[in-house]
Write a protein that binds this ligand. Structure first.
Ligand code: ADP
Ligand code: MG
Length: 257
């Protein structure tokens, strides 16, 4: 069965196993997924290796996903899933602080693990989430995971879950005045201890970096990235908007914007 959603080559489900084209990052990602499994982390697929056709095999996470739906379902904008995402990211980051990637590991973004870094999912957005019984159970699509600061990964989830996307209304989010409250709800769920104004600058950087990567992949002829050029433009607009949010947005007490 072909699974709905996703922008690249497509995932198919055979029984309880998802088969998806492997990439140069698959060995590093599978080592990460095994590390999470041995730590008892339930919010990620299990890695089952490579099938006879060279596709990666992952456990199917049962539940509801967004797939290709627009507008997004209500759970994508609910406080409960936002809070669960903050807690999920905190746990992922805490569990990967001591992760040693296999020698020669290659990650999508090319980073290497250094002291103080964690492994970020880097695409922990509603469209990669699984929800069961109204609660977030985990995230799939680990292709772009890799060594990261905590903030850089958290920034992408802030963009997509608060949401701080310029095009959020088209996805079904109709409470722009609630974004400040929701940003702080996410950061509180993460137990974020850093400076929140500074975190805002990381969101802007993160959105611009993502757009740059998409544009350079499209420039190199990558068809999936070419199809995503409107998303890159949206991220650039989002970055401009986030940069222009009032100071008060970043302080937990007075965030009404
Ligand atoms: N482990 C999994 N468990 C449940 N569903 C999955 C899993 N992996 C992928 N899917 C489904 O397949 C779709 C595409 O997979 P994804 O890994 O997100 O691909 P892409 O890299 O193209 O975004 C997802 O939207 C989801 O519906
Ligand atoms: Mg996906």
């Amino acid at each position: 069965m072909v699974l709905p959603g996703g922008n690249t080559t497509g995932a198919v489900r055979i029984g309880d196993v998802v088969h998806k084209p492997a990439s140069p990052w698959t060995p590093a990602v599978h080592a990460l997924l095994r590390h999470l499994e041995s730590a008892g982390f339930e919010g990620a697929p299990r890695a089952f290796g490579i099938d006879a056709e060279g596709r990666e095999m992952l456990s199917y996470l049962p539940g509801e996903t967004i797939g290709g739906r627009i507008p997004w379902p209500a759970w994508a904008f609910a406080d409960a899933t936002l809070v669960q995402t903050g807690r999920w990211l905190r746990r992922l980051h805490d569990l990967t602080e001591d992760f040693s990637p296999p020698p020669g590991a290659r990650w999508f973004a090319g980073a290497t693990m250094r002291p103080g870094m964690v492994v970020g999912h880097q695409d922990a957005a509603p469209y990669n989430a699984v929800v069961a019984g109204g609660s977030l159970t985990g995230f799939f699509d680990w292709d772009t995971a890799g060594p990261s600061t905590r903030e850089f990964d958290l920034a992408f989830s802030a963009l997509s879950w608060v949401p701080l996307y310029a095009q959020a209304e088209a996805l079904g989010f109709d409470r722009p005045d609630d974004r400040g409250r929701r940003l702080h709800l996410l950061l509180d769920a993460y137990a974020y201890a850093g400076d929140r104004r500074r975190f805002g600058t990381v969101i802007v950087e993160r959105a611009r970096r993502q757009a740059e990567v998409m544009r350079s992949m499209a420039g190199a002829g990558d068809p999936a990235a070419t199809a995503l050029l409107p998303v890159a433009a949206g991220l650039e607009r989002s970055a401009d908007e986030v940069e222009n949010l009032p100071e008060a947005f970043w302080s937990p007490q007075s965030s009404s914007t």
